[in-house]
Design a protein around this ligand. Structure first.
Ligand SMILES: Nc1ncnc2c1ncn2[C@@H]1O[C@H](COP(=O)(O)O)[C@@H](O)[C@H]1OP(=O)(O)O
Ligand SMILES: [Mg+2]
Length: 393
């Protein structure tokens, strides 16, 4: 209450002060100076006073008030704040529709892509989307049974229900070819289908790429324990990263975000590494040899999907190896965009097998990269050396 009461007089006094002390003849420069002072001095101070007073009235502790101030400052200062909020909402909704009951993976995949694409299109109608799925299998008489199941599931989380044609259109909005210019989103509606089928790890992965650079990534992991130390505790996490703004984790059941950081590790011997559960997606034999060369004694943590990126980002493991199995396989941008930004924002380093940065500007695949190596910057070079020794044998 006092904050609201004081708001009017404070603002009036501040603007009077600006009028009196900014005596610049050029009107544009004067206006710019006032706006600068307003945004850098008054607005932050006023917001701090407002939330501190509000916290005190709500009998919050000092730490709770500080946490709230930090979160407000972060939200206000962030570029891509709208995109971040929309992406979180889209991924959350896609996660929520998959949790309640056992759903066939095809239905889940199409429905998740429809939900995310619909939300993206509503908020950013001009943004193209590079999505993994297309509506081919849902069309015509033969696709009708699947189409109706997907439609039913999709409508469980939408504010206003859509019809069959709108469903097909929504899925096909993911057909963009990618490239190096402008904005685009990339979506893997269900990454880690094998994990989904086994009831293990899978992820809904969404990223915003601008001029070939990943700016925002949101990864929903409905089966990942919120706390690695408590594998039987609450499950379901959302990971969020915006370029130069850090990486965060929240549970699916709460809006509270906590920063995530790579675990500090000074030498590879003490590290642990993760890799795909599927030997067809990452070469397990080579990983064993690399681990031996690095002196790693802990067994690999095997997991499906971009949950691996999330795991290393919050320090559950220190290295993620994705080693080619099949010559000529081109990794897909939706399999790495959000995860790689998350790792970088959490303080990790991502490269391909040759130490090259992942290049998201070349279309739907990472055609100039081979494999993926993620590690703490302290040990990345050593890991890379071991990878190259083993893979060049
Ligand atoms: N030969 C391959 N090498 C690397 N990744 C692959 C290969 N074949 C498929 N994938 C992709 O691996 C991803 C899952 O990775 P993980 O095993 O780490 O969970 C899937 O998106 C899958 O793509 P797709 O869905 O097109 O089959
Ligand atoms: Mg995938």
């Amino acid at each position: 209450m006092p904050t609201f009461v004081s708001k009017g007089p404070m603002i009036t006094t501040w603007y009077r002060f600006l009028e009196r002390f900014i005596k610049i003849k050029n009107k544009n420069v004067a206006l710019l100076s006032k706006v600068t002072l307003d945004q850098t001095l008054f607005a932050p101070s006023f917001i701090a006073i407002f939330f501190t007073a509000q916290g005190m009235m709500e009998r919050k502790s000092r730490n709770q008030i500080l946490e709230q101030l930090e979160s407000v400052a972060y939200t206000l200062s962030s570029a891509y704040a709208t995109e971040r909020a929309v992406a979180i909402n889209a991924v959350l909704k896609a996660c929520m529709q998959l949790i309640p009951c056992k759903i066939p993976s095809l239905v889940a995949d199409f429905s998740a892509q429809a939900v995310v694409n619909l939300i993206l299109h509503k908020n950013f109608p001009d943004d193209p989307i590079v999505g993994e799925e297309d509506s081919g299998d849902l069309r015509g008489e033969s696709g009708k049974p699947l189409r109706l199941r997907v439609l039913e599931l999709t409508n469980t989380v939408l504010d206003s229900p859509i019809d069959e044609e709108e469903l097909l259109q929504a899925i096909d909005r993911g057909s963009y070819g990618g490239g190096s210019k402008g904005r685009m989103w990339t979506l893997d509606p269900i990454d880690g289908t094998k994990g989904f089928l086994r009831g293990e790890q899978y992820a809904i992965c969404l990223a915003l790429i601008i001029d070939g650079i990943v700016q925002l990534g949101v990864v929903g992991c409905p089966n990942l324990p919120v706390d690695h130390e408590q594998p039987d505790g609450e499950k379901g996490c959302l990971f969020i990263a915006v370029k130069n703004q850090g990486a965060f984790q929240r549970s699916l059941s709460s809006t509270d975000e906590k920063p995530v950081r790579f675990a500090d590790v000074s030498s590879p011997e003490s590290a642990s590494f993760c890799e795909s559960t599927e030997a067809a997606h990452s070469n397990h034999d080579n990983a064993t040899k690399i681990a031996a060369l690095l002196g790693i004694t802990k067994p690999p943590v095997r997991m499906d999907s971009q949950c691996k990126y999330c795991s290393v980002s919050r320090g559950d493991a220190n290295i993620y190896l994705r080693l080619p199995v099949q010559e000529g396989y081109e990794e897909k941008i939706w399999d790495h965009a959000s995860g790689s930004l998350l790792v970088e924002e959490a303080g990790g380093k991502v490269s391909d097998l040759y130490g090259k940065a992942l290049d998201f500007s070349l279309g739907r695949t990472l055609k100039s990269n081979v494999g993926v190596i993620v590690a703490h910057p302290n040990i990345h070079a050593k890991v890379l050396e071991a990878v190259q020794t083993v893979c060049n044998e």
